[in-house]
Design a protein around this ligand. Structure first.
Ligand code: G1P
Length: 293
């Protein structure tokens, strides 16, 4: 079946990053580095690899450095050119989105993920779009959003990526209820709940921060009452949309690092460093020494 192409992605980046203070006092949490790239770069690369043509960043005060990261840095680039550092210049060229392919809008108030996505409504318009939560850094080939786009091309509708989580952690996430074999690669999602109380989760499959959504979600978000944590939740609006539209779950095939937590962030650094042959050669013995202590 031919589906409308997923051209746009929304990246909510307004969060304060309080779990990483004081590191995030003046630097947005999305700019903390995993090896040699800021977290946000991994997510933008994943989106571009999935065919995304335009990225909408929903930002807040103190986040302008994200906009600078995706722009030309004349002084730096002129200096690199004068010093004939072509490798570094090529690297900067490769990560810079083409002019006009990014938009930035501010959430203004921290009213929840659902509200952040709603802030992108005019920039997305009336077409299906992707949402990527930058806290979640994925390692897989093809990338998580590419895997989802392949499913979407078959199913249309809405697609949500999920993966298993230990039962004692379900209350930290959005959890889906599925129809069919939950071990299968894809299944129909029949319900979802944001941060269920311990012991009440409908499954052990959590929403891992990647969504393909139809634009009707915006009308539902506009009228969405506050939910878990006193915030406007995307999960609640998706549940409402489920009454009218198809939701397919994709069991993500790859590794996810929750860089919103210190342990996930550190694990991401080690995992990505070990992927780089040269760095891995230096790092392995150092890690071995530390673990022996
Ligand atoms: C958000 C979503 C939740 C999802 C999680 C993934 O929660 O609301 O459904 O499971 O991201 O990281 P947050 O982490 O913003 O509390």
């Amino acid at each position: 079946m031919t589906q409308r192409k997923i051209r746009k992605a929304v990246l909510p980046v307004a969060g304060l990053g309080t779990r990483f203070l004081p590191a995030t006092k003046a630097v947005p949490k999305e700019m903390l580095t995993v090896v040699d790239r800021p977290i946000i770069q991994y997510v933008v690369d994943e989106a571009r690899a999935a065919g995304i043509e335009h990225i909408v960043f929903v930002t807040g005060r103190n986040k302008h450095v994200i906009e600078d990261h995706f722009d030309i840095a004349y002084e730096l680039e002129d200096t690199l050119r004068a010093r004939k550092k072509q490798g570094a210049l090529d690297l900067l060229d490769a990560i810079r989105p083409s002019p006009g392919s990014t938009s930035f809008t501010r959430q203004q108030e921290p009213l929840g993920l659902g509200h952040a996505i709603w802030c992108a409504r005019d920039l997305v318009g009336n077409e299906p779009f992707a949402v990527l939560l930058p806290d979640m850094v994925m390692k897989s080939d093809p990338g998580c959003l590419s895997q989802m786009v392949s499913v979407y091309e078959e199913t249309g509708g809405n697609v949500v990526s999920v993966e298993a989580v230990p039962e004692d952690q379900t209350h930290n996430y959005g959890i889906v209820e599925v129809d069919g074999d939950p071990q299968a690669a894809t299944f129909s999602i029949t319900g979802m709940v944001e941060k269920p109380a311990p012991g009440t989760a409908p499954s052990n499959l959590f929403i891992n921060g990647r969504y393909i959504l139809q634009p009707e979600i915006f009308t539902l978000l506009e009228n969405q009452e506050v939910g878990a944590g006193g915030e406007i939740q995307l999960t609640d609006a998706m549940l409402a949309l489920m009454a009218r539209q198809r939701f397919t779950g994709l069991r993500f095939d790859g590794e996810t690092y929750d860089c919103g937590s210190k342990s996930g962030f550190l694990a991401a650094n080690i995992a990505f460093a070990l992927e780089n042959e040269e760095l891995a050669g230096e790092l392995r013995p150092l890690l071995g020494d530390i673990l022996k202590l």
